[in-house]
Design a protein around this ligand. Structure first.
Ligand code: BG6
Length: 484
C-alpha cells in the first residue's frame, strides 16, 4: 500500500520529539508500508537535504536505543521531503495538492501537529482546495479545545470539510500497550468478566503521576492546567476502557459507542459535589531525585500569583447497573513522588474471614508507566506451620519481557493505524465533547472560586499531592495504592 504522510508543523517539537522517532521505529521494525513518502510542512524555506540534516541533528536528543545509526538514518531519510507552506495562502494548498497528485498514493494522511488555533483555518483551506477526498484522512493532536464551546467549534470546522471517519483525534494514552492489554484482559479472557462489577469490586483508581515539573512549557501549561491537560482526555479515556460494556465487535464504532455510554453515565458534577469530590493542588518547592527543585510559581513563564492547578484528584461514579455505587478515583499531577501511571482495581474483601488477621483484599494493577505489565495481588499460605496468617503474593506479568522486541510505542502504533485507516484507538467527536461537558462544571466552579478551597492547595514537589487527596479516598474507607 502506498501512502503519503504530511506533517503540518513539520519543524515543531511534537514532530521531532515524538512523530519522527515513532516513524523511524516503524521503519526500523519493517512496519512502515513500502512506497511511502513523509512530507514535513512548515513556514521556512529550505531544501529536502537541509531538512534531513536538521532532523538528523535533532535525533541526537532522542533516547539512545531509539536513535538511528548513520546508515539507518540515510535509508530513512530517503522517505523524507520538505515543503514550505503559509497556512493562510490558498495557493500553497494547491501546490500541496499537486505534489500529492503527482503520485496519487493509495492513501494520504494529513497530520495537524500545529497549534490547535490553526485547525479551523487549515480544515477550511483543505476543504476549499479539494484536499478532502475519500483517500484523505486528517489526524488532530490535543489540546482539542479549551472547553466545550471551543471543542465544538473545532469539530464544526472539521465536519465542514471531512466526514467523521476521515478525522482521527489522537489520545496517545490509547496507543500505550497496556491499554491494548486491558481490552485483551477483559474481552479475550473469561476469568475477569464475571467479577468486573459492583458485586466484586470495591473501587477503581486511575493515577497518572509525573515526576517532572512543567519545564519550559510554563506559558502553555498555565493556560491549561491539569484538569484540561490530563483528566479531560487521558484519564477519562482510560476510565472508559475500564468501565465499558463488552463491544459486540472489535470495530471502531462498536467500541466508541460503548465508551460514549460510559461518559454519558458519569455522575454529573454540581457546585456542591465539586467542593466535596474534587481536590486541586499546585506544587511548591521540594525535591526530585534527591535534588532541590523549584515550585510552580518560580517556573519559567508562569505568571506571578498563578492559580493554575498542577494536581487534581477526584471521585466519581458510573451510574449504571454494573457500577452503581463503586467509586472511581482519578488523580494526576506534576512533580509527584514518582513517574507512575497505573489503574488499580481493588476487589472487595472475602465475605467471611476464616484465617484471622487483617487480610488485604485482592487487587489487580495495570501498569502503564514506567514499565507496562499486570500484577494480580492474591493471598496465599506459606505452609510454614499452624495458625499462620495469610501472606500477600502477586502474579506478575511483565509484558516488556514477554513480548520484548515486538512491542511498539504509542505514537508508532497510532501512526501506523492512521495510515492503515484503523480507527479503533482514535477518539470520536461525540466522546470528546461529552468529556468536555462532564469537566465543565469543575472548570466553572474553579473560575468562580466557589469550591470553598480558596484556590489550589499547595503540596511539596516530590510528594503525592495535598493531604486532601488522601482524605477524599479515606472518607469512603479506602486508601490510594501507595498508602495501602
Ligand atoms: C501530554 C500532556 O498529553 O501528556 C503533558 O500535555 C504530559 O503535560 C504528557 O506530560 C504525559 O504523557 P506520557 O506519555 O509521558 O505519560
Amino acid at each position: 500500500m502506498s501512502f503519503d504522510l504530511v506533517l503540518f508543523g513539520g519543524t515543531g517539537d511534537l514532530t521531532w520529539r515524538k512523530l519522527m522517532p515513532a516513524l523511524f521505529q516503524a521503519f526500523r521494525h519493517g512496519k512502515l508500508p513500502a512506497g511511502g513518502r513523509i512530507l514535513a510542512v512548515a513556514r521556512d524555506e529550505q531544501s529536502d537535504a537541509h531538512y534531513r540534516s536538521w532532523l538528523k541533528e535533532r535525533f541526537q536528543e532522542v533516547d539512545g536505543p531509539k536513535r538511528p545509526t548513520d546508515d539507518e538514518f540515510g535509508r530513512f531519510a530517503e522517505l523524507l521531503h520538505y515543503k514550505r507552506m503559509d497556512l493562510s495562502h490558498p495557493e500553497d494548498y494547491q501546490a500541496l495538492k499537486q505534489w500529492l497528485e503527482q503520485r496519487n498514493a493509495d492513501t494520504a494522511v494529513l497530520y495537524l501537529a500545529t497549534s490547535p488555533h490553526l485547525f479551523p483555518q487549515i480544515c477550511e483551506q483543505l476543504g476549499a482546495s479539494g484536499l478532502n477526498g475519500p483517500k484523505i484522512r486528517i489526524v488532530l493532536e490535543k489540546p482539542l479545545g479549551h472547553d466545550l464551546a471551543s471543542a465544538q467549534e473545532i469539530n464544526r470546522a472539521v465536519r465542514s470539510a471531512f466526514r467523521e471517519e476521515q478525522a482521527l483525534r489522537i489520545d496517545h494514552y490509547l496507543g500505550k500497550p497496556s491499554v491494548q492489554n486491558l481490552m485483551a484482559l477483559r474481552f479475550g479472557n473469561v476469568l475477569f468478566e464475571p467479577l468486573w462489577r459492583r458485586e466484586s469490586i470495591a473501587n477503581i483508581q486511575i493515577t497518572l503521576a509525573e515526576g517532572l515539573g512543567v519545564g519550559t512549557r510554563g506559558d502553555f501549561y498555565d493556560r491549561t492546567g491539569a484538569l484540561r491537560d490530563m483528566i479531560q482526555n487521558h484519564a477519562l479515556q482510560l476510565l472508559t476502557m475500564v468501565a465499558m460494556e463488552p463491544p459486540s465487535r472489535n470495530d471502531a464504532d462498536a467500541i466508541r459507542d460503548e465508551k460514549l455510554k460510559v461518559l454519558r453515565s458519569l455522575k454529573p458534577f454540581t457546585e456542591e459535589s465539586v467542593a466535596r469530590d474534587v481536590v486541586r493542588g499546585q506544587y511548591r518547592k521540594g525535591a526530585a531525585n534527591g535534588k532541590p527543585v523549584a515550585g510552580y510559581l518560580d517556573e519559567q513563564k508562569v505568571p506571578a500569583g498563578s492559580r493554575t492547578e498542577t494536581f487534581v484528584a477526584l471521585r466519581t461514579e458510573v451510574q449504571n447497573w454494573r457500577w452503581a455505587g463503586v467509586p472511581f478515583y482519578l488523580r494526576t499531577g506534576k512533580r509527584l513522588a514518582a513517574r507512575d501511571a497505573q489503574i488499580v482495581v481493588n476487589f472487595r474483601p472475602t465475605p467471611h474471614n476464616i484465617f484471622g488477621g487483617n487480610n488485604q483484599p485482592n487487587k489487580l494493577v495495570i501498569n502503564l508507566q514506567p514499565e507496562d505489565g499486570l500484577e494480580l495481588h492474591l493471598l496465599a499460605a506459606k505452609g510454614t506451620g499452624q495458625q499462620e496468617a495469610l501472606s500477600p503474593v502477586s502474579l506478575d506479568l511483565d509484558f516488556d519481557k514477554a513480548f520484548a522486541e515486538n512491542r511498539v510505542g504509542a505514537y508508532e502504533r497510532l501512526l501506523m493505524d492512521a495510515i492503515a485507516g484503523k480507527l479503533n484507538l482514535f477518539v470520536r467527536s461525540d466522546e470528546q465533547e461529552q468529556a468536555w461537558r462532564w469537566v465543565e462544571p469543575v472548570l466553572h466552579a474553579w473560575t468562580r472560586d466557589n469550591d470553598g478551597s480558596g484556590g489550589p492547595r499547595p503540596y511539596a514537589a516530590g510528594t503525592w499531592g495535598p493531604a486532601a487527596a488522601s482524605a477524599l479516598v479515606a472518607r469512603d474507607g479506602f486508601a490510594w495504592a501507595e498508602e495501602q
